[in-house]
Design a protein. Structure first.
Length: 438
């Protein structure tokens, strides 16, 4: 099957590479000539474990191509996936659909054969209707079926998520589109991956509802962590205790500095705007967004409190800057708010991250970056563990303590047992856990 993927960002590139690994012939299209040139040289625009090898294997096999020329790629395609960005629109928080609609107009004029036009980008309810209208207006003779096929990829585990999905959601009621989408996902369908067909609007809402629910779980356990601190309980035990209930489950119940990334902040806000437009306020989601924003700022205050309430002329090293491990994504990362709070309080801030330094650099003016966690910690008054990369789960805590001016470790991910931290000569500060001396 011949597939065109419009957009080589996170979703487009991962999807295109995985489709080609299924045996389809895939052409990935992007307007950014420098990105296409880099991809042709095997240089990935994002960090995603295994993606470079996957791309290289399928380019070498002749199944995956990259181009800036949309028209010939679409003309030969039986399925065209729209995977361009939908960032939050400045001023009102709605999803910015200008890239989606712009791509749709170009696709419409390039269609030469019957094809499904699939919105893979995360879009608000009703977007597929407008995509269909644009195609009908621009190319009334085109035989195209507009389908919603939201992605559910976790950054850092995207390839495995694509190839071993919990479910594949397809929004269409057109028999021709159903058959084409079954062919697209045939390798997964044969492996009994759940292929769910719904109406287009239902599929669009499933994506937002799923992310809002997961964001709610994260925010819930973070508030419980604050209560644990107040009453002397341990949030890790609370999380295990409720997570073993099959009705709740253990995933997304790990207390931390708040959620970030490309999906949850943007999608919860877009869902709220959709609800507002339909005069159906979502009070729970409103609270989730508000609490999460407040929590990120509160983590900066927690570090200042660990320093005795005064961070002026103190040096703080942040270990882990990206919003989660195994990605270089800095979008809405909690570290951004923590850095701002510390700098506002007069502290000098250092940073270390295994993959995200180049992405963090323009977002964190005034921060000094290091290539090693121990170099970042040398002479620091406090070290803050922000993102739980594997390399940061295996630190030599004694070495860390020896290099610091003040041996303070603020563990915002509860990676290390308090006993290990204190035995290494460090003073523990964290979230949702009583100190061992209590």
């Amino acid at each position: 099957m011949r597939i065109a993927v419009i957009g080589t960002g996170y979703v487009g590139l991962v999807s295109g590479a995985c489709f080609s690994d299924f045996g389809h012939h895939v052409v990935c299209v992007d307007k950014d000539a420098s990105k296409i040139e880099a991809l042709e040289r095997g240089v990935m625009p994002i960090f995603e474990p295994g993606l470079d090898r996957l791309v290289e294997r399928n380019v070498r096999g002749g199944r995956l191509e990259f181009t800036t020329d949309l028209a010939p790629a679409v003309a030969e395609a039986e399925a065209v996936f729209i995977a361009v960005g939908t960032p939050s629109r400045r001023g009102d928080g709605h999803a910015d659909l200008s890239y989606v609609f712009g791509a749709t107009r170009e696709i419409a004029t390039a269609l030469k054969r019957p094809a499904v036009v699939v919105t893979k980008s995360t879009v608000p309810v009703g977007t597929g209707d407008e995509v269909e209208r644009i195609i009908r207006e621009a190319a009334p003779e085109a035989r195209a079926w507009v389908v919603s096929n939201p992605e559910f990829l976790r950054e850092g585990a995207a390839i495995d998520d694509f190839k071993r999905p919990d479910r594949i959601v397809v929004g269409t009621e057109e028999p021709e589109a159903v058959e084409l989408m079954k062919e697209v996902y045939r390798p997964l369908y044969l492996n009994k991956a759940p292929l769910i067909f719904t109406t287009r609007r239902t599929a669009e809402l499933i994506k937002y509802a799923a992310n809002a629910f997961l964001a709610t779980k994260i925010t819930f356990i973070n508030e419980i962590a604050d209560l644990c601190e107040a009453v002397g309980a341990d949030v890790q035990d609370v999380s295990r205790g409720i997570g073993l209930d099959n009705r709740i489950g253990s995933k997304f119940l790990h207390a931390g500095p708040g959620y970030g990334g490309s999906c949850f902040p943007k999608d919860t806000l877009a869902l709220l705007k959709t609800a507002e437009d339909h005069d159906m306020p979502l009070r729970i989601v409103e609270s989730v967004v508000s609490v999460n924003d407040s929590r990120k700022r509160a983590m900066g205050r927690k570090v200042i409190q660990a320093l005795g309430g005064d961070a002026r002329e103190k040096t703080v090293a942040l270990l882990g800057l990206t919003f989660k491990p195994n990605t270089d994504d800095m979008r809405d990362a909690p570290s951004l708010s923590i850095v701002q709070a510390l700098q506002d309080a007069g502290a000098s801030v250092r940073g270390y991250d295994p993959e995200g330094i180049e992405q963090a650099r323009p977002l964190m003016p005034g921060v000094e970056f290091f290539d090693s966690p121990y170099d970042a910690a040398k002479g620091a008054d406090a070290v803050v563990l922000v993102t739980e990369w594997d390399v940061l789960r295996a630190l030599d805590l004694r070495q860390l303590a020896r290099t610091m001016t003040q041996p303070i470790l603020v563990d915002l991910r509860n990676v290390y047992p308090i006993e290990d931290i204190e035995e290494a000569g460090l003073r523990w500060h964290g979230i949702g856990r009583p100190p061992r001396t209590q």
